[in-house]
Design a protein around this ligand. Structure first.
Ligand code: G4P
Length: 526
């Protein structure tokens, strides 16, 4: 098959949500629709539960499960869909941000009772940075949730994106009757059904059809009013605007009851983008370029201490990846080939011979890869970096065993290459600071240093509020700033300059005092 045809068949996306909104449930139902799994309950384990926060083995076990289910491929209506899993746990938010760089669109799940939650806002910020197209699925309509119009307003206000409902709930909570499809103009009646994926669609000629009153009783008039209001307030849905990340179509449903999912999936198939062009240094790489290219967005350590190898997750961006063919590892300037690359089909890992743009493949790695690495064929270039965001918790690494300094350094370097946490090195004095978004990572680091590198370390808490990457067109001003603030200046892993601010106030004053210096809140500094 021609490359173009392979590209046209593929859609690669991620599901994001605040924990508990229903991401796992929706994922599972999508896989049921795609025939990738036969029974409900198969994906359920793929999340780090709250109770696991201090049970290392449990975390490790769950991390293990998440390798198998990190990428789930399934087919639906002739399309090959790659669903990339994103950890919902807040402490693993960085992992989610990175995964979002490897998808072409997202489905955002909102709990209709809780509305927009903190994690939702952060994740949407990341989507907006790349203008990632978003489809919203408002879940749990069988519960007494907020008024749908209020939910739409809240989405627009808190997520800074225009929305357009494409389906509309008929009542909500215990009296939830179903949804009206605003595009096909038919009614899908709700039946509480957790295992089957059939649906009960009733076509009505138009909203004035008396059949509607028979079907939903007193809620028919409310629906008529609502639809009139929607058509009056919201502009018609334009696919182009969705693809540019300017408008998000909204669907209502109940994931656990398999409800409202098919409507969304059918629309997704129609409108979601195929693998897109990607920015590399100074150029756009088209998926149709005959030469293969791809980048690593996730690295997963092997949990078996006897096998130190890791799995690097590579997103194919252009051309055709082939097993055992030599490609170029750009950062190391090294030819590499892969004997046992894997694809991920739902729960299984399969050896693959070829992969195409949009696909994610697992490459066994013995320490050659770090997050953001690029593989190419022919021309050499690096894909634009995967951004790091300012950590929220900072601690200094204190060696627990001076005889094992080398092991500790290697362990810290490798774990931070994997993206478990960010490493900052003090410019004066060479102290090492670790920055994370959650406490959980410190426990994971300590545990893994001990078990995989035979090193011990302690952490001293540091009182920093934020890390800002700093740049300036005026080199002398930047040099002077670095000299004056030397105690607060560190290098990130790529030797970029980073300013550690102790408080929000200090940061504000510093920014006011140094207008010629740019303070960036992510490592993406353009
Ligand atoms: P997450 O991955 O986003 O964290 O959420 P998950 O799918 O695990 O769903 C969180 C909880 O919400 C689960 O209940 C799930 O059953 C429930 N849920 C998902 N969709 C719906 C829905 O449409 N309606 C209602 N009423 N509940 C829904 P749990 O009690 O945490 O787990 P479980 O024991 O029921 O599986």
């Amino acid at each position: 098959m021609k490359l173009q045809e392979e590209i046209n068949k593929r859609k690669t996306f991620g599901i994001i949500s605040h924990p508990d909104a229903g991401k796992t449930t929706l994922t599972e139902k999508l896989l049921l629709f795609g025939g990738a799994i036969q029974t409900a309950g198969a994906v359920k384990n793929n999340k780090i539960t709250k109770s696991a926060t201090s049970d290392f083995m449990e975390i490790e076990k769950q991390r293990g499960i998440s390798v198998a289910t990190s990428v789930m491929g399934f087919e639906y209506k002739g399309k090959l869909i790659n669903l990339l899993d994103t950890p919902g746990h807040k402490d693993f938010a960085e992992d989610t941000y990175r995964t979002l760089t490897a998808v072409d669109s997202v489905i955002l799940v909102i709990d209709c009772v809780k509305g927009v939650e903190t994690q939702t806002e952060k994740l949407m910020e990341v989507c907006r940075m790349r203008n990632t197209p978003v489809i919203v699925y408002i879940n749990k309509m069988d519960l007494d949730g907020q008024d749908p119009f209020d939910l739409l307003d809240e989405l627009e206000e808190k997520l800074d994106i225009n929305v357009r409902p494409l389906s509309w709930p008929i009542s909500i909570g215990p009296t939830f009757k179903g949804v009206y499809n605003l595009v096909d103009k038919n009614v899908n009646l709700f039946s509480s059904n957790k295992t089957k994926i059939e649906r009960d669609v009733v076509t009505i000629s138009d909203l004035s059809d008396p059949k509607l009153d028979e079907l939903v009783g007193k809620y028919a008039d409310q629906l008529r009013e609502d639809v009139e209001l929607i058509e009056g307030v919201y502009e018609p849905f334009e696919k182009k605007e969705y693809l540019e990340g300017r408008i998000a179509p909204v669907f209502f449903g109940s994931a656990v009851n398999n409800f409202g999912i098919r409507e969304m999936l059918d629309t997704f198939i129609e409108i979601a983008p195929n693998p897109k062009a990607r920015e590399a240094e100074g150029k756009e790489v088209m998926p149709t370029d005959e030469n293969f290219s791809g980048f690593v967005f996730k690295i997963h350590a092997n949990l078996d201490p006897n096998h130190r190898d890791r799995i690097a997750f590579l997103r194919v961006c252009s051309g055709t990846f082939e097993r055992n063919k030599f490609f170029h590892h750009v950062r190391l300037d090294k030819k590499m080939r892969f004997n046992n690359p894997t694809s991920f089909m739902a729960q299984e890992k399969n050896l693959i011979e070829k992969a195409f743009p949009g696909d994610v493949i697992g490459l066994y790695d013995t320490g050659n890869f770090k997050i953001g690495d690029t593989l190419t064929e022919g021309e050499n270039f690096m894909f634009q970096g995967i951004p790091s965001f300012s950590p929220e918790i900072f601690k200094e690494v204190v060696n627990g065993d001076p005889m094992k300094t080398k092991q500790l350094e290697k362990g810290i370097a490798q774990l931070t290459d994997e993206g478990v946490a960010q490493l900052f090195t003090q410019r004066m004095g060479n102290k090492k600071y670790i920055g994370t978004v959650g406490e959980l990572q410190f426990e994971v680091i300590q545990y893994r240093l001990k078990h995989e590198y035979n090193a011990t370390c302690n952490f001293h808490p540091l009182n920093f509020y934020k890390a800002c990457w700093i740049t300036s067109d005026k080199k002398d001003i930047l040099d002077e700033f670095v000299r004056l603030k030397s105690n607060y200046i560190v290098n990130d892993k790529d030797e970029n300059l980073v300013f550690l601010a102790q408080t929000r106030g200090v940061l504000q004053i510093t920014m006011d005092n140094y207008p010629d210096i740019k303070f960036h809140f992510t490592s993406e500094m353009n």
